[in-house]
Design a protein around this ligand. Structure first.
Ligand code: ADP
Ligand code: MG
Ligand code: MG
Ligand code: MG
Length: 417
């Protein structure tokens, strides 16, 4: 038997290799010889092609056996495509319409064929340009609550959840990336680190010498590695969100695994705060004051929507092994269920702030920087923005147990500006 051998696609071979697939022929049109193919991947890891035929279009995403950003010297298994596919199907069931529809999956070739989102653009890009998206925050807050609540022991049947924990536990290498790049590398002289130098050298040295910060970062890593609470997206930053003025979609869940709910929430909010702190580097003649207000409001809306939707699901869909209704509502003690909800949300709140702080550090000190700061050409100006984010991140990580409201946090961000 001939073993199927992995082969990376390119714009020439894609129609030859996928032109036999009946699903695709139906979507794109039978004349596969005239499909138009473009490679558009701007991510750190994978190949992404837009394929357009006479009848329609699709995205073809293929994993490579290495990290695209670094090259073949950093191998990374193809199975991340399998986890992305399975995460997409679960997210589609838990928050319908929020992720691209999957048309086809080929595990051996690590290919996912999915809905081409157009004219959507990456949210991060839009925010850098100063565009506001009135529905995005509400949509993202709902996505967080629905995928995380419905992907947890609050809701799932025990056997289904345990089988799923086992399935995603094999996403070892992508978890390892987060464990190293997010939680540890920024706090020592790791080989893949880089930062705006020499401007940030002093602050970088101070952060690496900051015992309290390093202990907090490791406590958060401890949570990340051990708290298998819900199926996470795992990479939910503003570069994993695509938008039009009215629509919001979430892509790229290849880092999915069972981890702490607060991780997805904190990463997302951190990326809004970083965009806020980068605005100074992008405003030209346009005044970005409205934009700054919009960004801080968006943070509040994401969190408040998350809270209220999570609470709604707690009251209406709490059917898992935790906090059973038999203990509370069924004994006419709905306040007991509310008390438990407050405890759960309080833990998420404190941990979310910590994860947000650490996310800001790794984006400025680690390997994977974000465009919000990277696109600020003047290194002095960039460093001024990054300095605020680093100090803010340190504050969140170390003081998270004493911070009581987003109004307080947003006030802090405004005073940094
Ligand atoms: P990576 O895992 O390498 O980060 P992504 O899934 O984030 O790859 O995709 C990289 C880029 O490809 C995105 O930033 C976006 O521009 C484009 N892209 C990915 N999926 C879609 C899609 N379903 N529709 C439209 N564009 C997409
Ligand atoms: Mg991506
Ligand atoms: Mg990715
Ligand atoms: Mg309450």
């Amino acid at each position: 038997i001939e073993m199927p051998v992995f082969e990376a696609l390119n714009v020439e071979t894609l129609p030859l290799r996928l032109g036999q697939n009946t699903m695709l022929l139906q979507r794109l049109g039978e004349d596969w010889g005239s499909w138009k193919v473009r490679e558009v991947g701007d991510g750190n890891l994978n190949l992404v092609f837009i394929v357009e035929g006479s009848a329609g279009s699709a995205i073809v995403k293929q994993a490579l056996p290495y990290v695209r950003l670094v090259g073949e010297s950093w191998p990374l298994p193809l199975k991340r495509s399998f986890f992305e596919y399975h995460a997409l199907t679960r997210q589609a069931a838990r928050d319908p319409g929020r992720v691209p529809e999957v048309f086809h999956f080929d595990g051996e070739q690590a290919i996912i064929v999915m809905e081409f989102l157009a004219p959507h653009i990456i949210l991060r890009r839009g925010l850098i340009e100063g565009n506001q998206y009135p529905n995005a925050a509400r949509d993202l807050g709902q996505f967080l609550a629905r995928t995380l609540f419905r992907g947890s022991d609050f809701s799932m049947k025990a056997a289904a959840r345990k089988a799923d924990v086992a399935l995603f536990a094999d996403n070892v290498e992508l978890c390892d990336i987060t464990e190293s790049l997010v939680f540890s590398d920024p706090y020592f002289n790791a080989p893949l680190n880089r930062h705006t130098a020499p401007q940030l050298d002093g602050l970088v040295a101070a952060l690496r010498a900051d015992r309290d910060l390093k202990v907090e970062a490791q406590r958060l890593k401890h949570l990340f590695a051990t708290k298998a609470e819900a199926l996470l997206h795992g990479d939910l930053h503003t570069g994993s969100v695509m938008v039009t003025p009215g629509e919001t979609r979430v892509i790229d869940p290849e880092f999915a695994f069972y981890g702490p709910i607060a991780f997805d929430v904190g990463m997302l909010l951190a990326n809004f705060w970083m965009n806020y702190l980068a605005q100074q580097g992008h405003e030209r003649d346009d005044n970005r004051r409205d934009m700054r207000g919009y960004l801080l409001e968006a943070v509040v809306t994401i969190w408040e929507t998350f809270r209220s939707e999570f609470s709604h699901l707690w009251r209406t869909e709490r059917s898992g092994i935790l906090y059973q209704r038999a203990l509370f509502e069924d004994q006419d003690d709905s306040l007991g269920a509310e008390q438990a909800l407050d405890e759960v949300l309080h833990d998420i709140w404190q941990d979310m702030l910590g994860f947000a702080g650490i996310e800001m550090h790794r984006r400025i000190l680690g390997l994977a920087h974000n465009a919000d700061f990277e696109l600020i050409e003047d290194p002095d100006l960039r460093a001024r923005c990054e300095t605020k984010a680093l100090k803010f991140g340190r504050h969140l990580a170390c003081n998270r147990r004493h911070i009581h409201s987003l109004a307080e946090v947003n006030g802090l961000v405004e005073r940094l500006e």
